[in-house]
Design a protein around this ligand. Structure first.
Ligand SMILES: [Zn+2]
Length: 132
């Protein structure tokens, strides 16, 4: 089994180096480097296999890209599906914006609750657990 790969990181600014350094070349801090094991590439491959993505992405020309084959997940909200172009694209990120109190959290909670066959992670930086 190969030795786990490790790098040295400045605890002050996050600068990464392959060997221990007394002084950080980025922020100038002294004795700020600590060794950390870097996650092996195999762990990333597992994630890609779980999500059905190929291991290696290669650049493509526009002619090589097929359109219209995206699998979409329907939400309980027809209008939201329409705005999203037919539903949620797995692996995509959707930014929901709007005025405070307009119903962004309520809409996302309803969508999350309706996706019964999926694990949903609801992250909030504003509301308390009780408010959610
Ligand atoms: Zn530094």
């Amino acid at each position: 089994m190969p030795k786990p790969k490790s790098s040295f990181f400045c605890q002050s600014c996050g600068y990464e180096a392959s060997k221990w350094l007394g002084k950080c070349p980025s922020c100038g801090a002294w004795n700020s480097f600590v060794e950390e094991v870097v996650a092996k590439a195999e762990a990333k491959n597992d994630w890609r296999q779980e999500t059905g993505r190929s291991k290696i992405s290669q650049p493509k020309t526009l002619e090589e890209i097929e359109s219209g084959h995206e699998v979409r997940m329907a939400t309980p909200d027809q209008e939201l599906d329409r705005v999203l172009g037919g539903g949620i694209v797995p692996g995509s990120l959707v930014l929901i914006g709007g005025e405070p109190g307009i119903g962004k959290s309520t809409l996302m909670l309803q969508v999350g609750l309706a996706l019964k066959n999926f694990k949903v992670l609801f992250v909030s930086g504003e509301e308390s657990e009780q408010q959610i």
